[in-house]
Design a protein around this ligand. Sequence first.
Ligand code: ADP
Length: 388
Amino acid sequence: MKVLVLNSGSSTVKYQLFETSLELMAANQDRMLARGIVDRIGEAVPDHARAVEIALDQLTDPKRGAVRTLEEIEAVGHRIVHGGEYFSEPVRIDESVVERIRDCIALAPLHNPNNLSTYESCRRRMPGAAHVAVFDTAFHQTLPPAAYTYGLPYEVCAKYKLRRYGFHGTSHRYVALRFAQIHGRSPEDFKLITCHLGNGCSMCAIDRGRSVDTSMGLTPLEGLLMGTRAGDTDPGAALFLMKWERLSIEQMDSLLNRESGLSGVSGVSNDMRTLLESARGGNERARLAIDVFCYRIRKYIGAYFAALNGADAVVFTAGIGEHAPAIRAAACESLEALGIRIDPARNEATLGVEADISADGAATRVWVIPTNEELLIGRDTVRCIQVG
Ligand code: ADP
């Protein structure tokens, strides 16, 4: 059967069409038929609803389209960022599911509204297809209370459902599944520390297939340094700035989410490629931003080693994790005490492909596994409608 996957970001709608089924999946023979992106939403394209229409028109284009009519597509998998405490599994979308996704808008005001309008626009054009929601937060619903509880008054957290949720769940789950598959074993056989380093960055401690800790929290602002997000910061620093710079909530939000991170520390760019070049050219603040970025990853590797009481492997994925050997090397530096040693030549040679980059004999392996969230969303969609 043909399954479409829609992944809407703040200014993009990405799509992939798969030929798949339970049988093809079991044989690892499900395959992508088409992919595309509609970008510059808010500029060239007015909104997400229109972007979906453009994507569906591309898919059915008489000359270049992958299908003749949309009726050929049996199901659509939608990436939804925040499922709160409601969803720990993919779910077929009906009115009550839409209500709950709406309910989570307060927790993800930038993401859930776009995800919903993407879904609604798609459903209008494809009323006969099965629509399935796959949540970024779902994988992390297995976090124990000790890992997800903030040290804030209990009642106020309960009232607003304030807790750590975590994101990038589909990506962390994909690389853990793939790691097990490569080794011909089950995810239950491994303890893994996964590092998703893209524009947004997060890490995850995975204990035998279950997420037990992750670095993002209530929002994607917590944890690692990111392209433009600050990551872990004393909340006192935000209060200080609001007081002395007289910042409004919106201004503080923008400062933390859009003006901080690699971009804010370096004053150069949020893009790791540019920063590496700039640092090589002697720019000290680019160097500092990279150092903060890598140090924090190292610190979380240590923390998750403790959370898991040891790990079989550290896995790098996403734009930076897959393509930046210098960052992987720095993030794994001086971790010999944890059995982590990278082989420099293997590391340098690994760009966007699956590989073990650890030194011979290192007790904790270090891997690069390119992520594929769309493939996993497609597979989840098939399982959800066929197995339930
Ligand atoms: P998104 O989170 O938007 O999906 P990606 O996973 O594509 O982002 O990651 C984007 C990041 O990956 C950017 O910081 C970019 O500079 C970085 N990146 C991509 N290719 C390279 C490379 N060859 N070397 C260093 N960084 C890279």
